[in-house]
Every structure is written in C-alpha cells, then in structure tokens.
Design a protein around this ligand. Structure first.
Ligand SMILES: *[C@@H]1O[C@H](CO)[C@@H](O)[C@H](O)[C@H]1NC(C)=O
Ligand SMILES: *[C@@H]1O[C@H](CO)[C@@H](O)[C@H](O)[C@H]1NC(C)=O
Ligand SMILES: *[C@@H]1O[C@H](CO)[C@@H](O)[C@H](O)[C@H]1NC(C)=O
Ligand SMILES: *[C@@H]1O[C@H](CO)[C@@H](O)[C@H](O)[C@H]1NC(C)=O
Ligand SMILES: *[C@@H]1O[C@H](CO)[C@@H](O)[C@H](O)[C@H]1NC(C)=O
Ligand SMILES: *[C@@H]1O[C@H](CO)[C@@H](O)[C@H](O)[C@H]1NC(C)=O
Ligand SMILES: *[C@@H]1O[C@H](CO)[C@@H](O)[C@H](O)[C@H]1NC(C)=O
Ligand SMILES: *[C@@H]1O[C@H](CO)[C@@H](O)[C@H](O)[C@H]1NC(C)=O
Length: 514
C-alpha cells in the first residue's frame, strides 16, 4: 500500500510537471500571437526605418545617391505668331503651343558629406540630353517669345525717374532690342547672349550685377548645381527623413514675412518621411519655385509594377489670392496688390524680374488670363495638374508629373517707345513637365515585398501561434485531466473512499510520514 502510493506520487509529479510545462508553452504561444496582432506593424516599421536611413554603403544610399530612374523633362513653348500685329495694331496675341521637346535626365548626388548630427549635404547633378525621337520638333526650331530681360528691365523702370526711362529707350534703340526675340528652343532654354545683360554686366556697379551675360530659362542647369542641400538622413528622427535642414547653409529663406513661408523644410522630391497617412501634408522645396509647395492626399493609385501608392496634389487654393487662401499673405510682403489667384510671384528669387509661375494653361487661374491670348486650349487636369505618387509606407516617389508654367507679368510703360503699346498682360512663355513614369523592377520588387509580405506574415504567424497554442493547450489539459482521473482511480483503494480527489501532487514528505 505505501509503496504503491509512493510510486504513484512520483509518477504523477513528473508526469504532471511535463504537462504543466506544455500548458505554459501553449499559453506563451497564445500571448505571442496576441502580441503579433498588436505590435507586428510597429516591428516592421522599425525595420523599415532602419533600412531607409541613409548610411554610406547601403542599398538605400545607392538608390538615393544615384537613382536608377529615367526622369524626363518635356518642354512646351508658346510661339507668338503675330508679334508685329500685336505691337503695332493692338491685336490680341496669338500663340502656338509647340512641343513637347523632350530631354532625358540623369540624376546623381555629388560631394556627399555626412555630418555627425544625422544630416548629409550634397550637390545635385542633373544631366539633360535632348531626345529628338520623342520630341515633336528639333532643338533648333526658331520661336518668337517675349524678350524677358528687356521686359523685366522696362517693367522695373515703371516707377523710376522719367529721364531714366527715356535713356533706357534710346539705349534699347541703339542696341536694337525688341520686345520679342527670335531664338531657337535650345537657346531659349540653355542660354543665348543677351545684349542688355551684357551691357548691365559692363556698366552696373559690381554689387548689383546680374551674375550672367547670357539668358536662358534653364541656363547653367545642365550639370552639377552650385546649391548645397543639407538633408536629414533619418538616423535621429525618421519623421524628418529626407527633409531639407539647410539650403546653402541657411535655415530659411529671407524673402517672405513669416517663418512658415520662409521655411525650406521640405523634400527635394525624391524621398519623403515614411509612414504617411491620408492626412499627411507633404512639402516639396525647389529653389526655382522659391518656396515649399504643399501637397495633400488626392487618391489611392496603383503605381508602377502594381505597387499601391498615394497620389498627392497641391490643394486647389495653393496659389489662391488672399480671399481664397489668407495663409498666402506672407508670400506677398510688399503687397497688396499681390499676384492674382492661380499665380505665384517669384520675382524675389529672379533678380526682381516680373516672373509669375502658374500651372500649365493657367489651370486653377481665372479663365480671363487664358482668354487674353488666342491659341491656348482650356486646361485639362489630366494633362496640366501637378501630382506625385508616393509609396506611403516608405515615402518613396514612385511616379510624378511636376508641371509648371512660366509667365511674364508685363506692364505698360509709356516713355519707352518699344513697349508703349504693350498692354498689361500676363504673357505665358513656356511650360515644363518634369516626369517620372516608373521605378526599375529592382526597387519596386522590394517595395512589393515590403508592402505585401508583412500583413500576410502577420496573419500567418498569428494563426500558426494560435493553432499551435490551442492544440497544445487542449492536449495538455486533456492529459492532465486524464492523469488526474487515473491518479484518483489509483487512490481509490479501500480505505480511501472518503477522499477521492486527493491533491494531485501529493507531497513526498507527507507520504513518508506514514
Ligand atoms: C514660330 O512662329 C514664327 C512666326 O511668328 C514662325 O516663323 C516660326 O516658324 C514658328 N516656329 C515653329 C517651330 O513653328
Ligand atoms: C493693322 O491693321 C490694319 C487694318 O486693320 C491692317 O491694314 C494692317 O495690315 C495691320 N498691320 C499689321 C502690321 O498687321
Ligand atoms: C548638422 O551639422 C552640420 C555640419 O556641422 C550643420 O551645418 C547643421 O546645421 C547641423 N544641423 C543640425 C540640425 O544641427
Ligand atoms: C548637358 O551636358 C552634357 C555633358 O555634360 C552634354 O552631353 C549634353 O548635350 C548637355 N545637354 C544640353 C541640353 O546641352
Ligand atoms: C531664419 O533665419 C534667420 C537668420 O538665419 C534666423 O535668425 C531665424 O531664427 C531663422 N528662423 C527660423 C524659424 O529658423
Ligand atoms: C484623418 O483625419 C480624419 C478627420 O480628421 C480622421 O477621422 C481620420 O481618422 C484620420 N485618418 C488617419 C489615418 O489619421
Ligand atoms: C511681385 O513681387 C514683387 C516684389 O515683391 C512686386 O514688386 C511685384 O509687384 C509683384 N508682382 C505682382 C504681379 O504681384
Ligand atoms: C474672372 O475675372 C473676371 C474679370 O476680372 C471676373 O468678372 C470673374 O468673376 C472672374 N471669375 C472667377 C471665377 O473668379
């Protein structure tokens, strides 16, 4: 009797210990499964943040410094076909939209320098090569466009002394400078010698000198930019990943009347802070835009290679006047009057030239500006709006169409006979589309993995953990219950009838006392 109980207790204790251990494991599995459901996304985000952070030698760094993408710039020129009638007879100007003139681009970041505080500085290189086969014309096509240096000079002299204006008129007479120039598309973009700029370079005091004697809308843009950008690598604060810390060593612009408008804290358009939601406002900073451009969520799209992305667009009132968008007041430090709705005055960044930016075909501006000229079709958001498709989890630009039109706000100046008949008009010159259609397979493949795998992995992992946990738990409980029953049936020897359910783990000490 004693011996049998002893054996039985020993058996039950090792047997039960094993199954209690299994119970613990199964509960662990279930708890881990719950944690997977709750925390998996956060763990994946940590991994994503680590992978995204710019560090020398990583694949992300390689893609950032020398993007394996094929951006393309398309240029459309408004060729003025009735310049003489417009000047002499006051006819409505007629323009003929020519293009696209297509340039393939190659981007690379030069002079990359990492700083200790989680920033990196570099100079952006962009090489443009003309692609005749994709273009609707040749770079040598001759176009007639407003003479931007001249009209800038005359517009600026509007409030100068009368004798200055008269002097200007006679200089222009001598130099045979006319309000419209005949140049090739290539010259208009990449530069032609301008007599007025050349003169200014020779006579204007050194401090006020314009830096160039050539004029071109993309002058000196083919090559490595002289502007140094310092951006955040994400190593200290992933929410600033890719944002500009300093532009040419400066925290902010100085043109405008508030810190918000002067801020350069935007992306250069390649990488953005990750983990975007539909409520995120992103900012693009571009030197020629002279400000940060806010972009807000528009819709979900399927981008290149089936990777889902968010489409971001500028809000409709981005260039609104003060009535439409009171926040724009700080962009008009000398106003009112300020630029009309749909235009952005970049005069302060363009040596005080009266240059207004807008969207192509005056999209989002009052139709009256478009109808002041003949030959411009109504704007079509598909063709003329600006958007970027961004993979929201990683903040990578998947596709983009950055479209901007350059206009000259000409004002009538009576004493300068060359432009005396020029009415107050916003004259469109050219519009650009800087586009990125897709990313290479190697990048999208990784993004696909990063976006598709984690949710599946989470569910699969959670299911496995729950199933394994549940099965183990059931088995263990079943064995324990059965073991306990067997034990109690063993204990159900004569004399023990009154106490059928003895404690399962009968202490050895108790047993020995008998
Ligand atoms: C642009 O317009 C002018 C007339 O104003 C014309 O001579 C010229 O051929 C036009 N250019 C092109 C490329 O059509
Ligand atoms: C100006 O208009 C007149 C009459 O409307 C016309 O005869 C003349 O040819 C026009 N001048 C030019 C330069 O087109
Ligand atoms: C980081 O260091 C660089 C170089 O020392 C400096 O120019 C920059 O202002 C610093 N940025 C921040 C955010 O401290
Ligand atoms: C830009 O520069 C490269 C060489 O640096 C040259 O091959 C190319 O033709 C230039 N592009 C234009 C549009 O001038
Ligand atoms: C803007 O720059 C000026 C001069 O560099 C500086 O004094 C000011 O604090 C800056 N403002 C912000 C918001 O960084
Ligand atoms: C976005 O904002 C709306 C309204 O403020 C809110 O209901 C929604 O939950 C937000 N969505 C996200 C993903 O933050
Ligand atoms: C553009 O800004 C400049 C400088 O602030 C100002 O003199 C000019 O009048 C503005 N032009 C328009 C059309 O608002
Ligand atoms: C456009 O401008 C005209 C004239 O300046 C004005 O009468 C009209 O109300 C404007 N339209 C809109 C939609 O603002």
């Amino acid at each position: 009797m004693k011996g049998r109980e002893k054996i039985c207790a020993k058996l039950s204790s090792t047997f039960l210990r094993k199954w209690w251990f299994v119970v613990a494991v199964s509960i662990g599995c279930l708890l881990f499964g719950i944690m997977v459901l709750i925390f998996f996304t956060a763990w994946v985000n940590l991994v994503v943040d680590h992978v995204l952070t710019l560090r020398a030698g990583t694949q992300t760094f390689g893609w950032w410094s020398k993007p394996p993408v094929l951006p393309m710039m398309k240029v459309y020129v408004y060729n003025v076909t009735n310049a003489d009638e417009f000047l002499n007879n006051g006819s409505k100007p007629i323009v003929d939209e020519l293009g696209p003139y297509v340039y393939l681009e190659k981007w690379e970041k030069k002079n990359i320098q990492f700083h200790e505080n989680g920033t990196v500085s570099f100079n952006q290189q962009k090489i443009y090569t003309f692609d005749e086969s994709l273009s609707a014309g040749s770079e040598d096509d001759i176009v007639v466009v407003p003479n931007i240096p001249m009209l800038s000079a005359t517009s600026q002299s509007k409030h100068a002394a009368r004798f200055l204006r008269l002097a200007m008129a006679s200089i222009m007479d001598i130099l045979k400078i006319k309000p419209f120039v005949e140049v090739s598309v290539g010259q208009l973009l990449w530069g032609y010698e301008d007599p007025l700029l050349k003169l200014a370079k020779d006579v204007v005091p050194k401090e006020q000198k314009l830096p160039y004697e050539e004029f071109g809308l993309m002058y000196k843009k083919n090559g490595t930019s002289e502007d140094t950008l310092t951006i955040f690598t994400g190593s200290e604060d992933i929410s600033k990943y890719g944002l500009i810390d300093k532009f040419n060593g400066k925290d902010n612009l100085t043109h405008y009347s508030s810190d918000e408008c002067n801020s350069v804290m935007g992306s250069d358009g390649s990488i953005f802070p990750p983990h975007m939601t539909v409520n995120t406002t992103i900012h693009l900073f571009d030197k020629d835009l002279c400000r940060r451009l806010p972009l807000v969520f528009d819709k979900e799209v399927i981008s290149s290679n089936d990777v889902p992305a968010y489409r971001f667009k500028p809000p409709k009132n981005v260039f609104g006047d003060l009535e439409e968008n009171p926040d724009n007041a700080c962009f008009c430090p000398q106003g009112p009057p300020c630029a009309p709705s749909g235009f952005f005055n970049v005069s302060l960044c363009q040596y005080d030239s009266p240059v207004l930016l807008s969207f192509p075909h005056f999209y989002l501006a009052n139709d009256s500006y478009r109808l002041a000229l003949d030959g411009i079709s109504p704007p079509d958001p598909e063709k003329h709006s600006l958007y970027m498709d961004i993979q929201p989890m990683m903040g990578t630009a998947m596709a983009a169409k950055v479209r901007v039109q350059i206009n000259l706000a000409v004002s009538q100046v009576v004493d300068i006979k060359q432009v005396a008949t020029f009415p107050d008009i916003i004259f469109p010159i050219i519009w650009f589309e800087e586009g990125l259609d897709s990313l290479p397979e190697e990048m999208t493949g990784l993004m696909k993995l990063a976006t598709k795998i984690p949710p599946i992995a989470q569910v699969v992992l959670a299911i496995i953990l729950f199933v394994v946990g549940a099965i183990l738990l059931v088995i263990a409980i079943w064995r324990i219950v059965r073991g306990a029953n067997r034990l109690s049936s063993l204990h159900l020897a004569p004399g023990h009838v009154g106490q059928p359910n003895k404690p399962k783990d009968v202490p050895m000490a108790n047993v020995q006392k008998y």
